[in-house]
Design a protein around this ligand. Structure first.
Ligand SMILES: [Zn+2]
Length: 175
């Protein structure tokens, strides 16, 4: 079964679970709860500023922030990053102990933000995630407008409480 990313790189889905044979996104009630949470969160965070840029510039200077291209972590505690800051994130994860927080959603998010906010960065020339550049053809590119509509429809179908939980403002950071 092949894995695909949707909207942002990082989170990977089983292609057969999220797409029909015609390449349409399945309704969220046909996928697992974990997949549903990730799809709904993707619809919220796609197009949002990079978490690291946001730490640097804040809400007052949002125009200075790059749009996030990749998502790591767990839904509601995701870290979304631009291409530039993904390298810092990968360095933290691999070399600065970030991997120990794997599976601890909240601690994972906070630990990276603390590390980054303290001024830590990957050294110059640190290599990013190579597989992403070597296999771009594996990521299907459904019509983005159709995809967005489908995700928004899915969001509208969730009950109120669930929607509020998943729409929690990602910028409400407590560090
Ligand atoms: Zn950034």
């Amino acid at each position: 079964m092949s894995k695909v990313s949707i909207g942002l790189r990082g989170w990977r889905f089983d292609e057969e679970e999220v797409f029909t044979e015609d390449g349409e996104l399945r309704p969220v009630d046909q996928v697992s709860a974990d997949t549903r949470d990730r799809l709904v969160r993707l619809s919220v965070v796609a197009g949002q500023p990079c978490s690291a840029c946001w730490l640097l510039h804040g809400d007052e200077n949002l125009q200075e922030c790059n749009v996030a291209r990749v998502v790591y972590g767990e839904p509601l505690h995701e870290v979304i990053l631009c291409d530039e800051h993904e390298v810092d994130f990968l360095y933290w994860y691999r070399e600065e102990g970030g991997a120990q927080y794997r599976g601890e959603a909240e601690a994972f998010e906070e630990a990276f933000q603390e590390w980054f906010a303290a001024g830590n960065r990957a050294p110059d020339g640190y290599e990013g995630m190579e597989y992403v550049e070597t296999a771009p053809d594996n990521v299907p590119q459904p019509d983005p407008d159709v995809e967005q509509d489908t995700l928004e429809d899915a969001l509208a179908e969730l009950d109120e409480e669930e929607r509020e939980r998943l729409e929690t403002d990602f910028g409400d950071l407590d560090i």
